[in-house]
Design a protein around this ligand. Structure first.
Ligand SMILES: Cc1cc2nc3c(=O)[nH]c(=O)nc-3n(C[C@H](O)[C@H](O)[C@H](O)COP(=O)(O)OP(=O)(O)OC[C@H]3O[C@@H](n4cnc5c(N)ncnc54)[C@H](O)[C@@H]3O)c2cc1C
Length: 447
C-alpha cells in the first residue's frame, strides 16, 4: 500500500523473491514510482518535465516486474483478523474488499499543516506529490511573483532556491532554526549566508496568521514577530508526519516517534504485516532509540527488507535493516551541506556529554585553482570519545565527504578512528591533510 519510493521497491523485491506470488501495488494518487527528491528542480526547469521523474510506469511495473498496479485507489480500512483490506476506487467511488496473505504498508508521510486559519485554499500550496509539483511548476511560469515558504526544512529550502533561480522573489519563514535544528549553528550560519547572498530572504519567524487581499489576489502571512509578509503564493513545507492512520486504526503498534513500530526485519506488531519507508519507525544507530527518519535511502533499504521477508519461502535468506544514522545532504544557493548522526543538542538530549570542534580547511591542495573552504563541525562524546555526528558545509567537496563519517557512526567508532583513516589525497580534489582529519585532530586536542 503506497506507490512512490518504498512501495514499488518492496513490491519489486517481493516479486523477485517469489516469482509465483501475485503482487498488487495500490496507490491513492495518480502517479507511482517517481523521484520525489528531484521535484524541486522542476520549478527552475533544470528537470524539464514531470514525466522525466517517473522511474517505472504502471505498465512497466507490470511488464518488467510482474506487479499489478492500481492507482487512484485508497485503502481505507485494514482488518488484520480477516486479512482483508477495504479499498475505495476514487474515480467511481465504489468500495470493495480484497484478501491478502501478506501485507506491506508503505503509506509514507504527509505534510504537517500548521493549524492557522486561512492557510488553505487559493494561493496556498503543498509540495509533496508529483501532481502538486507539476501544478506549482505551471504556476511558477506565470511571470515573476512573490513566494513565501512556510518552513525552513530541506523541502522548503530546495523549493525556495529553485524558485529564486527561476527569477521569483522568495521569503522563507524558517522558525527559530534552519533545517528544523538538524544542524548546529556554525553550519546554519554558512547556510543562512549563502541563501541570503542568493537573494532569498530568511526570516527567523513562524507563520501565525493569514490575511487575504481584496478579491483574493494576494495573501499576506502574519508572523510571530508581528510582521506581515506579502506574497502572491505560499508553499507550506513545515515538515512531515508519518501516515499511520490505517495501521493505527487496525491496532498495529506505533512507536514514540509516531511511526509504525517495526523489528529489524521490518515486521510490524502483526506477524503478516510489514512496514517500510517514511511511515515506519526505525532504529537510530547512534542513540539506539526508535526514530522517524524520513529519507530516501531508508525508504529503499527498509523496502528491500520488507519485500524480501514478506515474500520469502523456505530457506531463502531474510532481509535486515539494522538502522540508520540519518545521513543526508542538501545543495542550495551554491553551497553543499552534509549531515550525519547527531547535532550537539540532539546528543545532549540522548544523554551524551558532547564536545564539539569546528574548523575550516581547503577543499583542494594549496596551489590548485578553484579551491574552496570547507567547514567541518564534529560532535564527540567527551568520555568515550565516540563520534556522535558531523556536519560539513562548503561550495565543493562537502556533501560526499560526509559519507566517510557514516561507517564510523554506524559502528560506534571513535574520533580517533576518524583521525586514523587513510583518506585520499590528490591535489585537484583533496588536500594532503583532509578537512575531516583536521577536524578530528582539533577534537582530540579538546578532550
Ligand atoms: C521535495 C522533496 C525532496 C526530497 N529530497 C530528498 C533528498 O534529497 N534526500 C532524501 O534522502 N530524501 C529526500 N526526500 C524524502 C524522500 O523523498 C522520502 O523519504 C521518500 O519519498 C519516502 O518514500 P515513501 O514511499 O516511504 O513515502 P511517500 O513518498 O510519502 O509515498 C507514500 C505514498 O503512499 C500513498 N498512500 C498513503 N496512504 C495510502 C492509502 N491508504 N491507500 C493508498 N495509497 C496510500 C500516498 O498517496 C503516497 O503516494 C524528499 C522529499 C520531498 C517531498
Amino acid at each position: 500500500v503506497g506507490g512512490v519510493a518504498a512501495g514499488p521497491a518492496a513490491a519489486a523485491e517481493a516479486a523477485r523473491v517469489d516469482p509465483e506470488a501475485e503482487v498488487i501495488l495500490i496507490e491513492q494518487g495518480r502517479d507511482v514510482s517517481y523521484g520525489a527528491c528531484e521535484m524541486p528542480y522542476l520549478l527552475s526547469g533544470v528537470v524539464p518535465a514531470a514525466d522525466a521523474l517517473v522511474v517505472l510506469t504502471p505498465e512497466a511495473l507490470a511488464e518488467t516486474r510482474g506487479i499489478r498496479v492500481v492507482t487512484l485507489t485508497r485503502v481505507q480500512r485494514l482488518d488484520p483478523a480477516a486479512r482483508k483490506i477495504e479499498v475505495k476506487d476514487l474515480v467511481s467511488g465504489h468500495t470493495r474488499h480484497e484478501r491478502y496473505d501478506k501485507l506491506i504498508l508503505a503509506t509514507g508521510a504527509r505534510p504537517h499543516w500548521p493549524d492557522i486559519e486561512g492557510l488553505q485554499g487559493d494561493r496556498v500550496h503543498a509540495f509533496r506529490t508529483l501532481a502538486q509539483a507539476a501544478s506549482l511548476t505551471a504556476l511558477a511560469q506565470d511571470g515573476r511573483q512573490r513566494w513565501t515558504i512556510v518552513g525552513g526544512g530541506f523541502t522548503g529550502l530546495e523549493v525556495a532556491d529553485q524558485l529564486s533561480d527561476a527569477g521569483h522573489g522568495v521569503t522563507v519563514l524558517a522558525g527559530s532554526r534552519l533545517l528544523s535544528g538538524r544542524i548546529d549553528e556554525p553550519t546554519a550560519s554558512i547556510l543562512r549566508s549563502a541563501l541570503q547572498a542568493a537573494g532569498i530572504a530568511i526570516r527567523n519567524a513562524r507563520a501565525v496568521g493569514v490575511r487575504r487581499g481584496v478579491g483574493g489576489a494576494a495573501i499576506a502571512i502574519r508572523t510571530d514577530d508581528g510582521e506581515l509578509v506579502g506574497s502572491d503564493r505560499v508553499v507550506v513545507a513545515a515538515g512531515t508526519r508519518p501516515a499511520v492512520e490505517l495501521a493505527r486504526d487496525a491496532g498495529l503498534k506505533l512507536g514514540p516517534s509516531g511511526g509504525i513500530t517495526t523489528d529489524v526485519h521490518m515486521r510490524t506488531s502483526n506477524s503478516v504485516i510489514w512496514a517500510c519507508g517514511d511511515c515506519a519507525e526505525v532504529n537510530h544507530l547512534v542513540t539506539g532509540q526508535p526514530a522517524h527518519v524520513p529519507l530516501s535511502p531508508n525508504a529503499f533499504r527498509t523496502a528491500r527488507a520488507a519485500g524480501r521477508n514478506a515474500a520469502r519461502t523456505g530457506r531463502q535468506s531474510t532481509g535486515k535493516f539494522a538502522g540508520t544514522v540519518g545521513a543526508f545532504a542538501l545543495c542550495v544557493a551554491g553551497i553543499e551541506i552534509g549531515v550525519a548522526g547527531l547535532t550537539e543538542s540532539a546528543a545532549r538530549a540522548a544523554g551524551f556529554d558532547p564536545v564539539t570542534a569546528t574548523i575550516t580547511h581547503a577543499s583542494r591542495a594549496r596551489r590548485m585553482p578553484g579551491r574552496e573552504q570547507i567547514l567541518v563541525h564534529l560532535v564527540v562524546d567527551r568520555k568515550s570519545r565516540r563520534l556522535l555526528g558531523g556536519q560539513l558545509a562548503g561550495k565543493e567537496g562537502a556533501a560526499l565527504r560526509t559519507n566517510a563519517l557514516v561507517p564510523i557512526l554506524r559502528e560506534g567508532g571513535s574520533v580517533s578512528d576518524l583521525y586514523d583513516l587513510d583518506l585520499v589525497y590528490t591535489p585537484a580534489v583533496a588536500p594532503s591533510l583532509d578537512p575531516l582529519l583536521v577536524a578530528a585532530g582539533a577534537v582530540l586536542k579538546n578532550i
